[in-house]
Design a protein around this ligand. Structure first.
Ligand SMILES: Nc1ncnc2c1ncn2[C@@H]1O[C@H](COP(=O)(O)OP(=O)(O)OP(=O)(O)O)[C@@H](O)[C@H]1O
Ligand SMILES: [Mg+2]
Length: 263
């Protein structure tokens, strides 16, 4: 039985936080974080290292309890791990002894999905992510970008309505990031999932998001919220839009206020 907060087929979930606090012993990692992520929206969380982004993601996925405040999914308090969700963790976490396809299929196996259609869907995702040639390769035979694409396919194999991604492209070179960003945007445009995307990259946040939520340094909370009104799909060179620079300035300014950027 799936938790009522994340039934598949009921449309993409909305996620809200109200004054969320997370403490580890005497240390407060997240302090009064409030936000609203609407159904089907692509939202980025951007903030300095250690501000509580991963912690928030784990709490919003129902994988870590909050200390106080309220976390709501589809308007209901989150009381158990979400199931209608795909997560791309900060590290790709692929099993070295399974091929790329077998790694993706693991998710289907664990969830008890019928394997033949799941394999078809996996191959379709490999094609959309431009890694059809990597299906039978083991993780150590893949480049960093290919491994990240495999972990994205693994997060999507069961067609979840919510996708959470924790700095999925952090270890990739700028050229690969530009392409993979576009591939992710196209996948999202096709499927309308709710996406929570964690990043350190201002370009990436603006390039992908409907809204960018800017977080303070530790203890983390949302200090600015910027609606990105740029046409989709977005170009590789975002600087062509004058408003891109205005959005980037606003994010820089938020970090200047907190002394994270000093010039
Ligand atoms: N299980 C834990 N026990 C104790 N402290 C923790 C735990 N998990 C996270 N923290 C602390 O909480 C703070 C927030 O950590 P978190 O991993 O959420 O940061 P982050 O914003 O994701 O950083 P990064 O951008 O470097 O990934 C950090 O100071 C971290 O040391
Ligand atoms: Mg993190």
């Amino acid at each position: 039985m799936l938790p009522s907060s994340a039934q598949p087929g009921t449309g993409a979930a909305s996620i809200s936080g109200r004054g969320v606090i997370k403490s580890f012993g005497g240390f407060t990692a997240v302090d009064g974080l409030s936000l609203d992520i609407r159904s089907g929206e692509f939202v980025s969380l951007i903030g300095p290292s250690g501000c509580g982004k991963s912690t928030f993601m784990l709490m919003a996925a129902g994988l870590m309890p909050i200390s106080s405040g309220e976390l709501l999914v589809n308007g209901k308090p989150l009381t158990s791990p979400l199931t209608d969700i795909g997560i791309v963790f900060q590290d790709h976490l692929l099993l070295e002894f399974r091929t790329a396809l077998e790694n993706v299929m693991l998710q289907a196996e664990i969830r008890g999905l019928p394997l033949a259609p799941a394999k078809e869907r996996a191959l379709e995702l490999f094609a959309k992510l431009g890694i059809s040639h990597a299906v039978d390769r083991y993780p150590k035979q893949l480049s960093g970008g290919m491994r990240q694409r495999v972990s994205i396919a693994r997060a999507l194999i069961h067609d979840p309505s919510v996708l959470m991604m924790d700095e999925p492209f952090g270890a990739l070179d700028a050229i690969t990031r530009t392409q993979i960003r576009h591939d992710l945007e196209m996948l999202w445009l096709e499927t309308g999932k709710t996406v929570v995307f964690i990043t350190h990259s201002i370009d990436e946040a603006i390039g992908l998001s409907d809204r960018v939520l800017v977080m303070s340094p530790t203890p983390g909370r949302v200090v600015d919220e910027i609606a990105i009104e740029l046409p989709r799909p977005r170009p590789a060179h975002l600087g062509d839009y004058p408003s891109f620079n205005a959005y980037a300035d606003r994010i820089h300014d938020a970090f200047r206020r907190f002394g994270v950027i000093k010039y």
